[in-house]
Design a binder for this molecule. Sequence first.
Ligand code: NAD
Ligand code: DAU
Length: 357
Amino acid sequence: MADYKKKNILVTGGAGFIGSHVVRTFVRRYPDYNIYNLDALTYAGNLENLKDIEGRDNYFFLKGDITDAAFIEKEFAEKQFDAVIHLAAESHVDRSITDPLAFAKTNILGTINLLNAFKAIWMDNWDGKLFYHVSTDEVYGSLGATGYFTEETPYDPNSPYSASKASSDHFVRAYGETYGLPYTISNCSNNYGPNQFPEKLIPLFINNIINKNPLPVYGDGNYTRDWLYVEDHAEAIDLIFHKGQKNETYNIGGFNEWKNIDLVGLLCRQMDIKLGRQEGESEKLITFVRDRPGHDLRYAIDASKIHDGLGWNPSVTFEEGLAKTIEWYFDNSEWLQHVTSGEYQKYYKTQYSQTRI
Ligand code: NAD
Ligand code: DAU
């Protein structure tokens, strides 16, 4: 039973990669909040990610779909959530290229349903309430060889995924302007770390190296991403949630740019050591494959607003974070086996069978 004197905080998508770290951080750190994790448990959601906090008396799981307006309205009316941290989304760019509508449905309609339900209970008095929308740096589009995304960079999304996230950001801001809804938005760079589904670059390549399968590098591999360890993202979310300025946006990044091909080289070297393989063995698995359509060349975040304003900094170097990540996938081989059986095999075949160049 939830303690009615406590604040009720809703985290959506808490069974996913980043959401699970956010839920764990909040449940452990804030016994005075009731933390509700609402998740549809799609292929990307996994309650194994939260086994360690299952029995806590300030943690509650709600299985449900944010695209189901009636269900969402009912939960908000019943639980009177004081704040929402919204992470639930379709999150993989490649899947958005195959099925854009699924991304519009979850990322846009789902967000509007949450905004409407929040507005329905607090419109008369927004005091102390907050809608925190977790977004991505991909809304800014692609950088050339120089420059950084700042909070003022105009939106210019290129993939169906980033277009759907950009749209949801606009709706959050519009509800702030139109209805006075108090919000914060953060736009973060590429995350990596424990619990990431092996469709994204780093866990996919860890799994393939373990199994001596080809490492499908898109195009020439000269694409650049700014990588952040997932627990540092959860810390940033905690800071913005508690200390961020209302109705503002914060960019979050790792000050850590890597070309894909260099990152894969480092990963191969660390994996060879971990697996006791000869130096250079894993690199032989690199296979250049057909490029992702509309592939953004470079993302890089100027994180000075959150650094200067809230004192946030990443806590680990990339080499340390990557080593911790590899360690986690080795310690959790059962998790990896569960999520790579069944549907995953079908996805992998469709995504990668025709991409060799
Ligand atoms: P993820 O795909 O690992 O997890 C998404 C979660 O949302 C899953 O648990 C899934 O079950 C749930 N979900 C999906 N559709 C739902 C629906 N209709 N109703 C309820 N739950 C649903 O995603 P992630 O990588 O953890 O990303 C979380 C959020 O952070 C997303 O909004 C994403 O856009 C954003 N983001 C991700 C990254 C990154 O590098 N992964 C970087 C910046 C921002
Ligand atoms: O920048 C933040 C975004 O980072 C998040 O909003 C997204 O949810 C998250 O998925 C991530 O998007 P990317 O498309 O950058 O991540 P992904 O891991 O899919 O790819 C990283 C880079 O690696 C990208 O340049 C494409 C490349 N890549 C990816 C895969 C899966 C390959 O070369 N081969 C692959 O098999």
